[in-house]
Design a protein around this ligand. Structure first.
Ligand code: NAI
Length: 391
C-alpha cells in the first residue's frame, strides 16, 4: 500500500504557467503535484490578466512578488534567486505550449506540459532535442495513464495474457458540445479556433488521450491510417467536433478510434478494448477501478483494483493509495503521474540514467506521437479519408 513517506528531502520548487482562476485543469495539476509532497508551488504566471494572477496566486499561498505578469518575466526573475523554481507545469491553451516549453527548457527547468504539446511534430522534435541538450525532462499530461488498472492492462498485454494483439478499439466520445456552447464558454471558444487550438479540435483534445492508452498498453506502432472528420456545428469548421480513424499497426493488428464532442447524452465514453488471439480486455474511464478480462470460452471476469491477483507495479509508484473496494479516481491517477515525473526529474538531476531508462512515464515521445496523430489525421481527412503512411 502506498503512503506519502516516500518523498525526497526537499520537494521540487515548482511553478505553473496558466491554470488560473476559472481554468478547467489548473486545480488538477496543483492537487496532483502536491499530493505526495514532492512539489511545492512557490511561483506562477497563472493568468493572462496580471491582477487576477496576483490575486489568485496569493490566495493559493504564493508570495505576491512571485506571482508574475508573464512566463518570460517569471523564468528570468526566478533564475536570479537562490531559491528559484526547478520545475514548471504548463496549462495554457495549445497555441502557447511550444514557446513556453522552449523558454522553460532554456531556463534550465524540468517541464510538465499539457497536450497536445505543440502544433507540429517538427516543433515537438525540437523540444525533445532541446531537453536532451539541457539534461531536462518533459512530462506530458496524459492524465488517464496513471490509473492502476491501466497499468495492469499494460502488464497483461506485455506478459502475453491476451495472445497476439489483433484489434484495438479506442473511443473518447462525450456529448458536452452537441450545441454551439462556445458562444458563452471561453474555454470551449479557443478549442474550436485553429489559431489557439491547432489543426484539430476533438482529435487533439480527447482523441490523443485514448490513443496514448492504446500505445502504452500494447506498445504497437501505427503503420497507416485513414481519417474522416467533420463539424456538426458548422461554425467550428475547419476544425472537427467528430472524427473516425481506422488504423493498421505494424505487425498486422488493426484498430479504430472515435473522438467526438457531439455524442449527445454521453458523459465521457472513453473506452479501450484490446482483442488478442486468446482473450480481450476492456477499460472505461467512468469505472476506472475495474478491468474486464474475457477469455474465449470462459465466463467474463471483472478484475478489481487493489486485489492480490493483479500484477505488482514494478516501479511501485502506481500502488494503491487505499484498499480495493474504495473508489480511487482521476486525482489519484494524476498524482501517480506527478509522482513519476518527480522521480524522473530527480533522476535527471543526479544524472541517474539507469533510473530514467527504467521508469515509465508519459514523456516527450508520447507528446510527439499525439501531435503526429493529429497531423496525419488532417492529412488523410483532407484527401477524402485516403490511407496515409504514419511515419
Ligand atoms: P482554460 O481556457 O480553462 O484555462 C487556461 C488558463 O491559462 C487561464 O487561466 C488563462 O488565463 C491562462 N492563460 C492563457 N494564456 C496564458 C499565458 N500566455 N500565460 C499565462 N496564463 C495563460 O483552458 P484549460 O481547459 O484549462 O486547458 C489548458 C490546457 O490543458 C490545454 O492545452 C488543454 O488541452 C489541456 N487540458 C488537458 C486535460 C487533461 O486531461 N490532460 C484536460 C483539460 C485541458
Amino acid at each position: 500500500m502506498f503512503n506519502e513517506e516516500r518523498r525526497f528531502e526537499q520537494p521540487f520548487r515548482w511553478a505553473m504557467v496558466g491554470g488560473g482562476r476559472g481554468s478547467q485543469i489548473g486545480y488538477a495539476h496543483r492537487s496532483a503535484a502536491q499530493r505526495d509532497g514532492l512539489f511545492t508551488l512557490v511561483a506562477g504566471a497563472f493568468d493572462l490578466d496580471p491582477q487576477r494572477c496576483r490575486d489568485f496566486g496569493t490566495n493559493l499561498g504564493v508570495a505576491a512578488d512571485r506571482c508574475y505578469a508573464g512566463y518570460k518575466e517569471m523564468f528570468e526573475a526566478e533564475a536570479g534567486r537562490a531559491d528559484g523554481i526547478q520545475a514548471v507545469s504548463i496549462a495554457t491553451p495549445n497555441s502557447t505550449h511550444y514557446e513556453i516549453c522552449k523558454a522553460a527548457l532554456n531556463a534550465g527547468l524540468h517541464v510538465v506540459c499539457e497536450k497536445p504539446i505543440t502544433f507540429t511534430t517538427e516543433e515537438a522534435e525540437e523540444l525533445k532535442a532541446l531537453a536532451a541538450d539541457k539534461g531536462r525532462v518533459i512530462g506530458v499530461m496524459y492524465g488517464y495513464s496513471g490509473f492502476p488498472m491501466v497499468q495492469q492492462a499494460r502488464e497483461m498485454v506485455q506478459r502475453g495474457d491476451l495472445g497476439e494483439i489483433r484489434v484495438i478499439n479506442m473511443q473518447f466520445a462525450h456529448g458536452f458540445h452537441n450545441e454551439e456552447y462556445e458562444k458563452n464558454d471561453p474555454g470551449l471558444k479557443w478549442r474550436v479556433s485553429p489559431q489557439a487550438s491547432g489543426p484539430t479540435y476533438v482529435l487533439g483534445d480527447i482523441g490523443t488521450h485514448v490513443f496514448f492508452l492504446g500505445e502504452m498498453i500494447t506498445g504497437l506502432e501505427v503503420e497507416r491510417l485513414s481519417c474522416m472528420r467533420q463539424s456538426f456545428i458548422p461554425s467550428r469548421a475547419p476544425l472537427e467536433d467528430n472524427a473516425h480513424v481506422m488504423m493498421q499497426f505494424k505487425g498486422g493488428a488493426v484498430g479504430t478510434l472515435w473522438a467526438s464532442a457531439v455524442n449527445a447524452g454521453s458523459m465521457h465514453q472513453q473506452k479501450i478494448r484490446i482483442v488478442g488471439a486468446k482473450a480481450s480486455i476492456e477499460w472505461w474511464d467512468e469505472y476506472p477501478n475495474q478491468l474486464r478480462y474475457e477469455i474465449q470460452g470462459e465466463p467474463a471476469r471483472v478484475l478489481e483494483r487493489g486485489m492480490n491477483y493483479l500484477y505488482q507495479d514494478a516501479a511501485g509508484v502506481s500502488a494503491n493509495r487505499i484498499g480495493g473496494g474504495h473508489a480511487e479516481g482521476f486525482f489519484e491517477s494524476w498524482a501517480n503521474l506527478y509522482h513519476r515525473f518527480a522521480l524522473a526529474f530527480d533522476a535527471a538531476d543526479r544524472d541517474d540514467q539507469a533510473t530514467l531508462s527504467e521508469l515509465w512515464f508519459p514523456g516527450i515521445d508520447a507528446g510527439i506521437e499525439g501531435v503526429r496523430l493529429c497531423e496525419k489525421c488532417v492529412e488523410s481527412a483532407d484527401q477524402n479519408a485516403a490511407w496515409v503512411e504514419y511515419k
